[in-house]
Design a protein around this ligand. Structure first.
Ligand code: HQG
Length: 185
């Protein structure tokens, strides 16, 4: 089997598509917590021409730097740790107290609208925040020259808004009102 970095990357992208956004491309539906049975996932992927084996799937899960995917304790199911746009996926994460501040990487084109509306989840199920500036820079750099917003999460939490920490260390919340955002000069 070909386990080149390229096949790991393309399989990771395929799994992100199926487990976060469009399970219907292989005729499947995520369970309420976002899981798919691995045996059915592999069978359906291959049936639709996306070559996938248990070994390749395990390699992708293990080698993914951002730890995008988790296996269930019994090893029979897989889900994405965050990033979903499939509606009604409930990861059942416990609300947790965030650090005093978190960061969000974005680009200049969005700043005016973020000043007016705050951070919105848009196509995803949560707003994604990073614990460190370096990660936020990488997130923003996907779209252009990154601009880093500092989120006053302690004040937000004190005002009653909830935060969740995904299994791969991404901070999630429903929305960030503009009053809690510190913009770069
Ligand atoms: C922007 C990657 C205008 C927001 C990353 C962002 C992350 C607004 C974009 C994960 C806005 C949404 C998520 C408003 C937010 N007006 N623009 N009111 N509110 N935005 O991709 O945070 O590699 O849905 O700034 O590492 O960029 O896929 O969110 O630019 O963790 O695993 O709207 O995706 O992870 O974009 O990235 P996204 P994101 P993976």
């Amino acid at each position: 089997m070909n386990k080149s970095p390229k096949s790991l990357t393309s399989t990771s992208k395929f799994l992100s598509l199926v487990l976060r956004h469009q399970p219907e491309v292989i005729g499947m539906q995520l369970d309420p917590e976002g899981w798919l049975p691995i045996d059915e996932l592999i069978a359906n992927a291959n049936r639709k021409g996306n070559e996938l084996s248990l070994e390749l799937l395990h390699d992708v899960v293990a080698s993914c730097e951002k730890k995008r995917f988790s296996l269930s304790d019994d090893g029979l199911k897989i889900r994405a740790n965050q990033g979903h746009s499939v509606p009604d996926v409930e990861l059942n994460l416990e609300p947790v107290t965030p650090p005093n501040q978190l960061f969000h990487g974005t680009v200049a084109a969005f700043i005016e609208s973020i000043r007016e509306q705050g951070l919105l989840k848009r196509s995803r199920n949560h707003v994604h925040l990073s614990a460190d500036i370096e990660t936020a820079k990488k997130v923003g750099a996907r779209r252009g020259k990154p601009l880093i917003l500092t989120i006053r999460t302690e004040a937000m939490h004190e005002s009653g808004l909830s935060f969740y920490l995904s299994a791969n260390g991404v901070w999630l919340t429903d929305a960030v009102p503009a009053q809690f955002i510190q913009f770069p000069d």
